[in-house]
Design a protein around this ligand. Structure first.
Ligand code: SF4
Length: 343
């Protein structure tokens, strides 16, 4: 038996066509699964009986198991989901004005070992399947009904571009007009800076946004915070970002976590402004979500001064406040707590 949620519309149509079923059977199935949210093949009433029987015999419909939900006093909601192999993943819903942004995970663990991140601490366990990534969207959508998810960011546990084929498949499923039909421009893929994959994504021209975790404006500090920088330097990363943004306004944002004593001085702001000068990029500044591995966020005055310095130097930026601090909302923390409790 195969999980039907790992199939794009094209793949499902092909599989059904191979068995002699008409092309529209795939579209009908997608419609039931993702628009009407019906998961029992027997209830898919406009599909022929033979086709329903075939689907029932050969496919199953997976769903993630909610293990825990936490709600922050600022409205941020965190969901811990259990997978079939007993691994766990997190998704975070961040409500803001008329937006509900869902931050989803793409891997169990992560191999990139950024110094400030709990997800990288135990290394990579495995890639998530497309069904498990789409499953987070479907699971949270159901849990928050009647509210709707308006934006999706691939910024949870894992490096999305290190799970490239499953993430492409996930996007294909999310934006399919016969199914979920999620707006491309409201999907953002985050990366620690995997240049070959950024270039591939650029060539594919999917219409989704890219967010690059920068966190430092020089190679020395960035390599200390993010070991991937030793392989792909800032200079090459900036070129890849420029290429990605060519012809697409506001397609790239840079994430910059402000860390006390490391990257948050006025001199650091000047260096960042120099690195980004003349480029159509936006910078999201965010004080580090909590103290971790000896790193702490700067004082609010220092964070504000950093932002003001960037603006003075004509860099388009926003200073965000960390969300869900009372519920371990920083990437990987709830999962890490659950894991250590159950070890
Ligand atoms: S910040 Fe992202 S890339 Fe770095 S270790 Fe954490 S999950 Fe991996």
């Amino acid at each position: 038996m195969k999980d039907i949620k790992n199939y794009t519309l094209e793949e499902l149509t092909e599989a059904l066509k191979d068995k002699g079923f008409p092309k529209f059977s795939g579209q009908q199935t997608f419609n039931w699964l993702y628009k009407k949210k019906v998961e029992a093949f027997t209830q898919m009433s406009d599909i022929s009986r033979e086709c329903r029987e075939f689907l029932k015999k050969n496919f199953y419909v997976s769903g993630l198991k909610l293990l825990k939900k936490e709600v922050s006093c600022d409205g941020t909601e965190k969901f811990l989901f259990g997978l079939d192999d007993k691994n766990t993943i997190e998704s975070v819903l961040i409500p803001k004005k008329n937006r509900n942004t869902l931050c989803i995970s793409t891997q169990v663990g992560c191999k990139f070992k950024c110094a400030f991140c709990a997800s990288g601490r135990d290394g990579l366990i495995r890639n998530l399947l497309a069904s498990e990534v789409v499953g987070q969207y479907l699971g949270v959508s159901k849990l928050i009904t009647p509210r709707k998810i308006t934006n999706i960011v691939f910024m949870g546990i894992g490096e999305p571009l290190d799970n490239f084929s499953n993430i492409l498949k996930t996007i294909e499923i999310l934006i399919e007009s016969k199914g979920i039909y999620f707006t491309k421009k409201r999907i953002c893929i985050s990366t620690c800076g995997l240049i070959p994959q950024i270039n591939k994504l650029s060539d594919l021209n999917l219409g989704v946004m890219l967010s690059v975790s920068l966190h430092a404006a020089n190679d020395e500090t960035r390599s200390r915070l993010m070991p991937i920088n030793k392989k792909y330097s800032l200079k090459d990363l900036m070129k890849a970002a420029r290429d990605f943004s060519r012809g697409r306004r506001h397609a790239v944002t840079f994430e910059y976590a402000l860390i006390e004593g490391l990257n948050s001085s006025l001199r650091d702001a000047a260096e960042l402004a120099k690195l980004l000068r003349g480029m159509p990029f936006k910078v999201n500044l965010i004080p580090l979500n909590c103290s971790f591995a000896g790193f702490s966020p700067p004082k609010p005055e220092e964070a504000n001064a950093f932002k003001d310095e960037l603006i003075r130097r004509h860099i388009f930026c926003t200073l965000r406040q960390p969300r869900g601090q009372d519920i371990d909302a920083a990437c990987g923390q709830l999962r890490a707590k659950h894991k250590h409790k159950n070890d």
